[in-house]
Ligand binder design. Structure first.
Ligand code: ADP
Ligand code: MG
Length: 716
């Protein structure tokens, strides 16, 4: 999405989830707006317009909408903080100073009101000062709610929670239910207050999970060290990373040796050893040694900046459950409010002897229950928590929709090389045709492969283990799914599978060996082959067993490698279907054929390493890139990124998805059924206003606390 058609607003002090949902709906309906998405968790409203010219107009109108619905919110345009690192303190003050000040003042008034309310219980029934005390207590406790609703009426905002509470409690006063009016207001305020604390707490825990942003870099200037913002460091600069510090930027170690804690990014608990020549990535924590690092990427391009951007945007891709709730909220409040009106006026008219005050009381109960807050807060919070929990495990989910879709996964398709196998090949045999020399064959092949990122290529280059002068290589081309072609020292080298040889009409030996065969032709003359073999990853087998256990119907493996290798590996791992000797495009065709046997609801997952499988990653319902750390292409093409290279992380992702769904559904069922029961009881005259307030804030509080359980990753 182009930068100039997308803007983000930070809504400081936003605490009413239902208002947040309303703001989103209204901004979405503005002319010129393609999409608007409110993230209640980090209080950010993302707006996308159709053409750049519309942006300032839309921003103006959006601010008006926000102001009308939530007058106390302070709107700021957001500077993306992963590009510009704000100091921790700034963020802290920004987010909470206003909130806290307001909270304190309101809290004092509420406490004062509560004390006066308590006093009334000790007064005799006939006491003259009882009524004035009730009124004072009511005003103290309810002042905030009353003022807000008054302001909103002036702006024509009727179905707002404050307004409904005001009407309900004033109505109760009018029918002389004084203690109840005050008590209900008090209960409501306390509930809101606790709910605010719970929401803030989970906001904090979620952002703490994602708090991987480095704060500073020790830049080396001559012999001096200067603490600078990571954004101010350039490629080629030298930085020092002391033990205990976070690596601020991606770079290469030029001096020192240390152990890195990578769990922030990979969820991996085993520390990674680094020494001169190793790459370190922004976000790792240096645990033991002092490192000197040459910076290779500016901060904005570092892996961590990409990851942060990805997780921050995740909530704009909403799950169906979230969209359903927003839609539901749109109708629920007006329906309940109008039913309340009907309840107040119709029965007294048609039922002989029905007392208006008793039906009014029932109507007031409806008003109190008419806010869908519990759902509107807890459902997004649940999904966001699920994404946070996954990121703690080194799994990046690019949207709530993908987390939700994981629950419908029925087919999992794996790429072989680098995904189920290590992608680190050992050379097991080199055969040179009579006219050629084994060493020369290896040398030519290593040179020809030196530009390729394919695991086969890197393994051959590694086995060759001698310096490669790239000046000797020209006309390099990678033939995806076939191999490579390059001119080395003026000779044309073709290295790849038998299809590559066939395509060039080169007679080659057909051998049947367990291993991947790289045929080599020099100047179109068959020169021999190199057999290499890969190893299955330690946890591939467990991963596949677990996947079946949690209900995946079919597990498929695709590979460009030869049939023999493919079948042996599939057998060892317990894979249901294998397709081998495929070109990248044919992998897509296999997916298409798998789709034809699936129902609409079922989802297909493809897991690959991003090498030669980008088209499949994007065609699958859910594309999962494995070993994503450091590979930008894989991060781009996929919907879920597994940061390390363990296939079993897929099982973790599925479990987190199922737990998230479970908790979200629990909340929806719980909140809705309590509300419906209370509406029925209220209409029949069995429920009092106390239960109604529980049905509003009490249920919301419980739902929020319940969705916080998603964050508990230890349970997975
Ligand atoms: P996979 O599906 O196992 O990941 P790829 O689609 O990446 O396999 O590659 C398919 C086949 O193409 C490989 O098994 C190999 O025979 C050949 N190939 C691809 N890239 C290279 C390369 N750089 N050098 C030699 N052979 C290659
Ligand atoms: Mg591959």
């Amino acid at each position: 999405m182009a930068e100039n058609t997308k803007k983000e607003l930070l809504l400081e002090g936003l605490c009413c989830a239902n208002c947040a949902a309303k703001i989103e709906t209204r901004v979405k309906d503005l002319p010129g707006v393609n999409n608007a998405s409110m993230n209640f968790v980090n209080k950010v409203l993302t707006i996308e317009v159709d053409i750049p010219e519309n942006i300032s107009n839309v921003m103006g109108m959006s601010k008006q909408i926000i102001n009308r619905i939530e007058p106390d919110v302070i709107v700021k345009e957001r500077v993306k903080n992963y590009k510009k690192v704000e100091s921790k303190q700034d963020i802290h003050i920004n987010q909470t100073f206003i909130d806290r000040l307001k909270e304190k003042k309101d809290l004092l008034l509420i406490i004062l009101g509560a004390i006066i309310y308590l006093i009334t219980f000790f007064l005799s029934n006939g006491s003259n000062i009882k009524l004035p005390l009730y009124i004072i207590a009511f005003l103290l406790i309810g002042s905030e709610v009353l003022v807000k609703s008054f302001k909103n009426i002036l702006k024509g905002e009727l179905f707002d929670e404050n307004f409904l509470m005001s009407i309900a409690s004033i109505g109760a006063l009018a029918i002389k239910q004084y203690p109840e009016a005050v008590g209900v207001m008090l209960f409501y305020q306390v509930g809101e207050f606790l709910q605010g604390i719970a929401v803030n707490h989970s906001r904090k825990s979620i952002s703490a999970l994602m708090d991987i942003k480095p704060d500073f870099a020790n830049l080396k200037i001559g012999t001096d060290l200067k603490k600078v913002d990571p954004n101010d460091v350039n490629v080629g600069d030298i930085i020092i990373i002391k033990p205990g510090e976070k690596v601020p930027l991606d770079g290469n170690v030029i001096d020192g040796k240390s152990l890195m804690n990578t769990s922030n990014l990979t969820g991996e608990s085993v520390p990674r050893e680094v020494e001169v020549g190793s790459t370190v990535l922004s976000g790792f924590i240096n645990t033991t040694g002092l490192l000197t690092v040459k910076v290779e990427k500016v901060f904005g391009e570092s892996s961590i900046a990409k990851i942060l951007e990805l997780t921050e945007n995740a909530s704009s891709k909403k799950a169906n459950a979230e969209n359903f709730i927003t839609k539901f909220a749109r109708y629920y409040t007006p329906i309940v409010t109008f039913s309340a009106l009907a309840l107040a006026f119709i029965p007294p008219l048609i039922i002989p002897g029905a007392a208006f005050s008793s039906w009014l009381y029932r109507a007031l109960i409806f008003l109190v229950i008419s806010c869908p807050c519990a759902l509107v807060i807890s459902v997004p919070l649940g999904f966001f928590g699920g994404i946070g929990a996954a990121s703690k495990k080194g799994i990046l989910v690019k949207g709530s929709n993908y987390l939700e879709a994981l629950n419908d996964a029925s087919i999992v398709v794996f790429d072989k090389t680098g995904t189920l196998t290590k992608g680190v090949f050992n050379v097991t045999e080199i055969f040179a045709n009579t006219k050629f020399d084994k060493n020369a064959l290896l040398q030519y092949t290593a040179f020809a492969e030196s530009y390729s990122n394919h695991p086969i290529a890197t393994s051959i280059v590694k086995y060759y283990n001698m310096p490669i002068d790239t000046n000797n290589i020209s006309n390099y081309t990678e033939l995806s799914g076939y191999g490579v072609s390059a001119d080395v020292n003026g000779k044309n080298i073709l290295a790849g599978n038998s299809k590559l040889m066939d395509n060039n009409n080169i007679q080659h030996i057909n051998i049947d060996s367990f291993g991947t065969i790289i045929h080599v032709a020099i100047d179109k003359v068959y020169a021999g082959y190199i057999i290499i073999s890969d190893e299955i990853k330690d946890d591939s087998k467990v991963a596949i067993k677990e996947l079946k256990k949690i209900g995946i119907k079919k597990i498929v493996m695709l590979t460009g490698d030869n049939k023999k290798v493919a079948t042996i590996i599939a057998e060892k791992l317990g894979i249901d279907e294998v397709y081998s000797e495929l070109l990248p495009q044919q992998k897509v065709e296999i997916l298409e054929s798998l789709y034809t046997n699936m129902s609409n609801k079922e989802k297909l997952l493809f897991v690959g390493d991003g090498v030669n499988d980008a088209p499949v990653l994007s065609r699958a319902d859910i594309g999962v890139a494995m070993g994503g750390l450091g590979s930008d292409a894989a991060i781009e093409a996929s919907d879920i990124v597994i940061m390390n290279d363990e296939p079993s992380k897929l099982v973790t992702a599925l479990k987190i998805a199922s737990r998230t769904k479970h908790i979200v559904v629990q909340n929806i069922v719980f909140a809705l059924s309590i509300k419906i029961i209370l509406l029925v009881f209220g209409a029949l005259g069995f429920a009092t206003m106390w239960e109604a307030v529980f049905g509003d804030v009490g249920v919301a509080l419980i739902a929020v606390l319940n969705s916080m359980r998603v964050l508990n990753v230890k349970k997975i």
